[in-house]
Design a protein around this ligand. Sequence first.
Ligand SMILES: [Cu+2]
Length: 408
Amino acid sequence: MSNRRDETEPEVAHQRSQSGRSRSCAAPMSPARTFPRSRLWAKIATLSVLTVLLGALLFTATPVALAKAGSGSSLSVRKDVKDLTKREKAEFVSAVLTAKNVPSPWDPKLSYYDQFVQWHRAAFKCKHGWQQDGNWAGAAHNSPTFLPWHRQYLILFEQMLRTTSGNPDLTLPYWDWTNADSTAAVFSNDLMGPEGDPAHDFAVMSGPFRKGAWSFNIQDPAVYLDGVRTPESFIVRRFNVFFEESPGLPTAKDVKQAQAVSHYDHAPFNAQSKTSESFRNTLEGWRNATPSECKDGWLMQTQTKGSPHDLHNLVHIYTGGIWKEGDEVVQGTMAYNTSPNDPIFFLHHANVDRIWAAQELASGGHYRPKAIGEQGFNGADTMWPWRNRTINSWFGTIRNGYMYERLR
Ligand SMILES: [Cu+2]
């Protein structure tokens, strides 16, 4: 695996094929079902004036949003982890732990929590038996639906936490990785727990998700584990190690630069989309990626040698770590396709969604491609695997019932 460094690691490593249509593999997906629309929950919280003003600016022209925003019912507000009270942290943690022990409403063979790991894993398939009804694999990454896919996914996760906590007002917090206090709060023992212990193969040994208290049932498929040490069933985190490099976390300046890209996405609508023309690809974090391939039914994506990962991708790498021990590559949990096995995934992606929310407000939030993309990726198409709403309908947090405590 001497060239493993130049191959991109699983979570950031796979992409919908540009020539996906010509691939005729069949991997039946669990049947589609209809999901309840997310409800608006009364929520009292402090909103930044900026958020409200910008929100009003964008959504004045949107009747549905205007009705909600002006109806007197308030929106649910996602807070920075550093602003959570002790009680809110405990409630969030307890809701996540409970979700591991109750059955999924979509697939009773899985726990409710593992359903999310399973969806994320399946999103890397390049076989797509469901294409007959107009949907394609690769929806979750390296495609224009990266952001709306994860928005719906997080809303479903939040709905799960409301069910398992019994608190209809619970919201998913976010980890602002550009802020040291937010990062400290995330890795505290009353939330996600710390970095792994080098004396225990970098297992997380304290906090609610420590080894022995939290374990995995779903792992990456074999093709991604070629040359990679057999994954552990506990959370592994080794901060800031990407082979010999220590790339750090993205900065506020990196975020600002990404948000300055006003076009949502641009052809070829994948990991090769130019960062100057594709906000989505800039935020996703691909830099000079090479075309993807389909191997054993799974999408493989590599990054050009010497090219850095950034933003979303970089935070996965920073948190999990990827390094070599002898001939083997060792990865932290957040570096796999099954990265949602580490619940920090959801706090990270809430922040990615927040960064998008700010850019939507600044740019007017127009999805691309409108109609020139592959089937399943145009704005009026529904999104795999839920298929209950159009991609366009996921634009705008307010019309989807929530907002962020702060957008910057
Ligand atoms: Cu991610």
